[in-house]
Design a protein around this ligand. Structure first.
Ligand SMILES: O=C(O)[C@@H](CO)OP(=O)(O)O
Length: 248
């Protein structure tokens, strides 16, 4: 049985402060580290063993992966990092508090910015120092490919070439792959794997650091998918993520 496990990073400093994060490279909180360690312990308990892992260029995902591998005694595992797995770029919303933004522009508008399929927030200006073109880690990425903002559709279009060329084909030879990324970059991958419609994807909110397992049949079609953990707790975590965009 071939499997891919998708894992959102543990709680970050800006998750805790309820700020739009996107490509901002914020660290994990203590709670985030504990969540990542628990994910590693859970995967070990369920007997998972990975052939290869993938993550983004953002430290909240990289450090989550490292905690998981440490807990599983898989520190040796080959890991590939790629900027294509970065979070959806949140444009000029990055840094703003989500509840305050809902107070200013309305909850409906915030839901559109957070969860709609093809509407992106306003872009960062070219001179804004937060623009990825000023960040050395992206120096090999052609400027035209570096986002200034993204909708989920843009994020999916950025991830899919990497998914199709580097991640998914490895399932032919590997049994189990691990992808540690972000709430929206993973929503994009899940939309693709489960053929979720543009309307339905609005409702999907991913909890931090809960392993989401996809099983594939011999033709590499998805045969089953499930979260590892307590269903009630996971539901509550998903609702809490959805509520981050509500006014206080
Ligand atoms: O701020 C962000 O980058 C994302 C993920 O943490 O948040 P949201 O759930 O609002 O898309």
């Amino acid at each position: 049985m071939r499997k891919i496990v998708l894992l959102r990073h543990g709680e970050s400093a800006w998750n805790k402060e309820n700020r739009f994060t996107g490509w901002t490279d914020v660290d994990l909180t203590e709670k985030g580290i504990a969540e990542a360690e628990k994910a590693g312990e859970t995967l070990k308990e369920y007997g998972f063993n990975f052939d290869k892992a993938y993550t983004s260029y953002l430290k909240r995902a990289v450090k989550t992966l490292n905690c998981v591998l440490d807990k599983m005694d898989l520190d040796w595992l080959p890991v590939e990092k790629n900027w294509s797995l970065n979070e959806k770029h949140y444009g000029d919303l990055q840094g703003l508090n989500k509840a305050e933004t809902a107070g200013k522009y309305g909850e409906e508008q915030v839901l559109i910015w957070r969860r709609s399929y093809d509407i992106a927030p306003n872009p960062l200006s070219e001179s804004d120092l937060r623009n990825a073109r000023f960040d050395y880690r992206y120096h090999e990425v052609p400027d035209a490919e570096l986002p200034r903002t993204e909708s989920l559709k843009d994020t999916i279009e950025r991830i899919m070439p990497y998914w199709e060329s580097d991640i998914f084909p490895n399932l032919k030879t590997a049994h189990t792959l691990l992808v540690v990324a972000h709430g929206n970059s993973l929503r994009g991958i899940i939309k693709h794997l489960k053929h979720i419609s543009d309307e339905e994807i609005v409702k999907l909110n991913l909890p931090t650091a809960v392993p989401y397992v996809f099983e594939f049949d011999e033709n590499l079609n998805v045969s089953n998918d499930y979260f590892l953990g307590n269903a009630e707790e996971i539901k509550k975590m998903m609702e809490a993520v959805a509520n981050q965009g509500k006014k206080k």
